[in-house]
Design a protein around this ligand. Structure first.
Ligand code: CA
Length: 241
């Protein structure tokens, strides 16, 4: 798979001018196009008005903070991958932010190499894949997973997956019946190795299951292998007593 994210459009929302300029510079050196703004309301306006492939978002911002940007963007159906960069590094902060709808989380101070790697990975997961998505739609027990539109459906109804949620479901479904480890998922989708503190995959599986359950309450699709990873295998849900 190509590592290039060339041509991707990145919206940077960061109020510290020094960091904002440095991030923009490094992404432009990678051939990405950047728009950089310094407050949350302005960031949201840009996200609504123009198509971006990635948003790099600070949390502590004047006006609307980063959590507000994520919440409103997702509520409005803006699914673009959001890479959060924040000095707030505790696990509850990270998990809460991913649950709100961010796609990845980078703790300040970070290296520019690390940021570029995260942004590249986010670009690969995007709604307009820069690397052509191959493969036909997968249909299993009323669930249709369609890479050509980066969306999945149950009985014809959209699951409203974000591109990252879609890539996770698609990868698991391609490996149907096999337990895919957290490390494999994190490497393939987020471009980094799994560490024991990293809850990213678990948060995304939970969000995916919530959306599947809403459309398909009597069936489960993603099974957990405790301590290892996840397996795609449709099953009837055990009746609740
Ligand atoms: Ca800030």
């Amino acid at each position: 798979m190509s590592e290039s994210a060339e041509g991707a459009r990145v919206l940077i929302v960061e109020d510290e001018p020094h960091i904002r300029d440095l991030v923009a510079l490094h992404l432009r050196l990678e051939g990405l196009t950047t728009v950089a703004v310094g407050d949350g309301n302005e960031g949201l306006r840009h996200a609504r008005a123009e198509p971006f492939d990635i948003i790099v978002l600070d949390l502590m911002l004047p006006g609307l903070d980063g959590w507000g940007v994520i919440e409103l963007a997702r509520k409005e159906g803006i699914g673009v991958p959001i890479v959060v960069v924040s000095a707030r590094g505790s696990e509850p902060d990270r998990v809460r932010t991913l649950e709100l709808g961010a796609d990845d989380y980078l703790v300040k101070p970070f290296s520019m190499d690390e940021l570029v790697a995260r942004v590249r990975a986010a670009a690969r997961r995007g709604a307009r894949p820069l690397v052509a998505t191959r493969g036909d739609a997968i249909e299993i027990d009323g669930l249709r997973i369609d890479p050509s539109v980066v969306q999945a459906y149950v009985d014809g109804e959209s699951l409203d997956l974000t591109p990252t949620e879609f890539r996770l479901l698609h990868m698991l479904a391609l490996e149907r019946g096999r337990v895919v480890t957290r490390d494999e998922l994190l490497q393939a989708l987020w471009g980094r190795r799994h560490t024991y503190r990293d809850r990213t995959v678990d948060v995304f599986v939970r969000k995916l299951r919530d959306k599947l359950d809403r459309r398909s309450p009597r069936r489960t699709f993603i099974q957990t292998r405790y301590g290892v990873g996840y397996r795609f295998e449709p099953a009837e849900r055990e009746p609740v007593r």
